[in-house]
Every structure is written in C-alpha cells, then in structure tokens.
Design a protein around this ligand. Structure first.
Ligand code: ADP
Length: 394
C-alpha cells in the first residue's frame, strides 16, 4: 500500500518540540513531507536558528517516521521559521486550546484521559473568565525553578509556602513540575479539588492551598504527553480555580525552563523567579540556563536559593558534602542576592516523604529556620517592578 502524506503527518503528531513541549505538527513546524518508494524527505522549521535542540528534533522526527510501516529511509532537512510564523507559534502556545482544556487534553494526547471536573463543557467558558492574576492583582507569583531535577526545588517550594503561611500570609501552590508532581505528596494532600459554583476549590494543608496537574493525570501517563496537556491546563488553573486572591502563588516549575516559563511570562504579569541550586559548580551551570531563559522572557530573577549546603553535626560542625560556594557564585553572576542556604536534613526528607513538611512539624530545626528566613527575605523584597503587557485570557 502506498504511503500517504497524511499517514506520515499522523506519525509526526506525537512528536513534541523539546523546548516548547507541544506537537511539532500543531506548532506548524512541519513544512514539507515528500515520499517516494519508501524514502521520506521531511522539512522541519525550527523556531530559532542555531536551536540547541536541533539534533534532538531531527532524532525525534526520524524515529517517528521510521516507525511507519513501509518507510525505508528518512531525510530530515531543517530550516527556520519566518518572524510571522514565529508570531503565530507564540499565539498558539499562549492560547493552546485553553478555553476547552479539559475537554481536549485527553483527546489531543491520544493516550489516557483526564479526570478533571469537565471533559464536556469547559468551565465558565462563556463569561466570568477573568484572569485573577492580572497586573492589578495583589498576588505575587513566585516561580521556583532549577536547571535540573533533584536539587530540592519542590521541597523548597513546599517549606517556603508553609513558612509564609505560618507568618500569616495567604498562600497557594501551583504544581507545574511535569516530571513529577510531588507537591500534593509533600503537603500530605491526597484529595483532588472539589467543584463549587463551576470553580475548582483547591485542597488545603498547613494553611497552603494547592493545585497539581498530578490530580488530573494518570500516573503512568508518559512524560512526553504531559507537557502539552499541562500547558493547556495551566491557563485553566489560573482562571477556573477558586484561589481566593492569595498574597502569594508559588509555582513549582519543571526543571530546565521551557513552556511553563513562557506561560508564566504571558499570563502572570506579576511573576518573579527564584532559582534553586546545590553548592557544586556543575549544578550552577544548569541553573545558569534557567537564568538565561528568564532573561529572554523578561521574567525577573530575584534571588538564588542554595539547597543541601552542608550537614550539621551534633557538635555544630558543618560538613560540606556537595562542595561550597555554588549558590553565591551563581547569585553573583546573575546579579541577584543569595537569599538562603538550606542545610541537608534527614528530617526534611522524611517530612517530604510522609507529607509532613518540616517547617510545620519542627519549626525550630535548622532547616525550618532557614526556610523562615527565606520567607521573610522574599516578603521584604516586595513586588518586582517589571511591566509586561498582560495577554488577554479569553
Ligand atoms: P526537585 O523538586 O528539585 O526534583 P525534591 O524537592 O523532590 O527535588 O528533592 C529531591 C529529594 O531530595 C527528595 O527526596 C527530598 O526529600 C530530598 N531533599 C531535598 N532537599 C533536602 C535537604 N535540604 N535535606 C535533605 N533532603 C533533601
């Protein structure tokens, strides 16, 4: 049977752009597909010239096309989008099916299904979908990012939130770390949100409300599908969740930046970023990438948080297991303060594992005091003063 262009396009649909994490077909990156006697020539338009991910894009396209029965050879030619095409991508990424997110997420992904409150008519589609985190909102949106996973970003987010709540602030967490939705577990929340008056009401623990994509996807859902689903869900998490006008909304961002940073820059004009790193120089390099991306998106980075800085012995002596100075050096390079150094603490890890954050259960411990210090440093910094025109949420 002759291969059709449609077959090849269908095979490419699940292929995502490694940075934007949306289908390259939906993004309009597939410029041309020609097939002759099992030999496919694909032209793919990248969003930026000299894209660092070009090899990865090529590899993904080739793998997807080679998997189609009858394809013997694949040639991938890369080109670059025009400014107009790029603008179309930007609009697409910003609005990605947002108004009908729950209804589309499962169907688009093609795998699994969401069990969010909906799947039929999008919540509040017709009216009242104002973005509560617009430029006049009182909420400070605090993005917590890192260059790579495992540096303790989620632990920092949870304990910072609990410390802010203990200091009398009204706090929510939006768990957007697509690689592992760890916030509900760390907060000890296992109930999904309830629905009231067509809005999702986030569950609350230790004075912190939280919404996680983890509530709505199957655990076995492959990460490759999560990116696009999350992106669509993010806007809905802003407009269809009854956040109740918190003073702080902490966003646990996926490591390595990408689309979540883009959504934040567009939808959350009051966003400010904090970068978590460990003390060794290698971690610093990856955190630098986050910093670079934030600069490109005009998201202000306001501070560095060093985690796993040392281990305190019973005699008060410190052991620097992961080296020293990574946080201070990174902060110096970005030109922002090093706001906290959080020690290694077994009780902190155990607290995360069992859903009892150390900042709530043992506020006098060394690590909980470091989180309390971080919270007050962030409060006293005040809002970021960056004007970014808000994107209208339909
Ligand atoms: P990330 O969100 O960056 O992937 P996590 O917050 O999930 O990282 O942390 C990874 C692991 O390290 C978790 O088991 C967590 O409990 C542990 N951890 C994080 N920070 C500390 C710390 N300061 N002391 C001890 N364990 C920590």
């Amino acid at each position: 049977m002759a291969l059709s262009e449609q077959q090849l396009l269908d095979a490419l649909r699940p292929v995502t752009d490694p940075e934007i994490q949306m289908s390259i077909v939906d993004l309009g990156m597939v410029r041309g597909l020609r097939v002759k006697r099992g030999r496919v020539a694909a032209t793919i338009a990248l969003t930026v010239a000299g894209c660092p991910m070009r090899e990865e894009v090529t590899r993904r396209v080739r793998t997807a096309l080679m998997a189609v029965a009858g394809v013997k050879e694949v040639d991938v030619e890369l080109t670059v989008m025009t400014p107009d095409e790029l603008e179309a991508v930007r609009r697409r990424v910003a609005g990605a099916g947002a108004p009908a997110a729950w209804g589309q997420a499962g169907a688009d992904g093609g795998h699994g299904h969401t069990h969010g409150p909906g799947g039929h008519q999008p919540l509040g589609h017709e009216q009242g979908r104002a973005n509560p985190f617009g430029p006049r909102s009182r909420t400070r949106v605090i993005g917590v990012g890192s260059g790579k996973g495992g540096v303790g970003k989620s632990s920092v987010t949870v304990n910072l939130a609990v410390s802010l709540a203990r200091a009398g602030h009204d706090v929510g967490i939006l768990d957007a770390d697509v690689y592992g939705f760890s916030i509900p577990g760390m907060l000890g929340v296992d109930e999904p949100p309830t629905v009231q008056d067509l809005k999702m009401v986030p569950p609350e623990a230790y004075g912190v409300r939280c919404i996680s994509m983890g509530f709505f996807i199957e655990e076995q859902q492959p990460v490759i599908w999560r990116g696009p689903m999350l992106h669509k869900a993010l806007e809905q998490f802003m407009v269809d969740v009854d956040w109740g006008d918190p003073e702080f909304l902490l966003v646990d961002m996926p490591p390595g930046t990408g689309d979540v940073a883009l959504s934040m820059a567009q939808y959350l004009p009051t966003s400010e970023l904090y970068v978590v790193t460990t003390p060794q120089p290698a971690a610093k390099r990856v955190a630098q990438r986050t910093a670079y991306m934030a600069k490109k998106l005009n998201l202000p980075i306001r501070g560095v948080i060093e985690n796993m800085s040392w281990m305190s012995g019973p005699d008060g002596g410190r052991q620097y297991l992961f080296g020293e100075g990574g946080g201070a050096h990174l902060a110096g390079e970005i030109g922002v303060p090093l706001l906290a150094q959080i020690p290694l603490d077994v009780d902190l890890r155990v607290g995360g594992d069992v859903g009892r954050p150390i900042s709530a259960t043992n506020p006098d411990s060394e690590s909980a005091r470091a989180f309390a210090g971080l919270a007050s440093a962030i409060v006293s910094k005040g809002r970021a003063r960056v004007f970014r025109p808000e994107l209208t949420v339909r």
